[in-house]
Design a protein around this ligand. Structure first.
Ligand code: IMP
Ligand code: MG
Length: 178
């Protein structure tokens, strides 16, 4: 696609990372009640891959959230568009996200879910942009670290599009700057 500057992470690299995370999660939660919560929309492709690398029985559900105010700047106040249907009380929770940028969204989500009496709440993210962090969030299952560039593909969008690109790609600067 002509909006791609370059491929940052290949499908093969993503597959290897997902496989490793899946086997770690399967080991760590063996014999426990685990609810995996995918964060829509960005997390859907990563979760679809990850779920199939997890070899223990898990409950899967989704949440859809959006930041209040200017959508290009994360405010940290999260509006719940769709909540989970599952009762997470007394269960272990693993939140699955596409990317951690400022960390504000996940920070808020973790605090919210903790009020519902889960045994634990942990985070798994496909990508991490540590240079942009504003709040300290503990990412227990961290995928691939990327530099401070705007990326699309593998679930990540620009203005709602390009989530379907199989690799993680850097968006052309002139498109982002428009
Ligand atoms: P934050 O960690 O609260 O700043 O927000 C993370 C969210 O911002 C992610 O779930 C993405 O939806 C979005 N985001 C952050 N960086 C990028 C990017 O490079 N491309 C596409 N979406 C991004
Ligand atoms: Mg997102």
């Amino acid at each position: 696609m002509d909006v791609i500057e370059r491929v940052l992470i290949s499908k093969g690299e993503l597959d290897r990372q997902v496989e490793e995370l899946g086997s770690r999660i399967s080991k760590d939660y063996e014999g426990q009640e685990l609810v995996i919560i995918g964060v829509l929309k960005g997390g859907f492709i990563f979760l679809a891959d990850l779920a199939r690398k997890i070899t223990i029985p898990v409950d899967l559900d989704f949440m859809s959230v959006s930041s209040y105010g200017d959508s290009s700047k994360s405010s940290g106040v999260v509006k719940i568009i769709k909540d989970v249907d599952i009762n997470i009380s007394g269960k272990h929770v693993l939140i699955v996200e596409d990317i951690i940028d400022t960390g504000l969204t996940l920070n808020h989500l973790v605090e919210l879910l903790k009020t519902r009496g889960p045994l634990s709440v942990k985070i798994c993210a496909a990508l991490d942009k540590p240079s942009r962090r504003k709040v300290d969030v503990q990412v227990d299952y961290k995928g691939i670290e990327i530099p401070d560039e705007f990326v699309i593909g593998y679930g990540l969008d620009y203005a709602g599009k390009y989530r379907n690109i199989p690799e993680v790609c850097v968006l052309k600067k002139d498109i982002y700057a428009k």
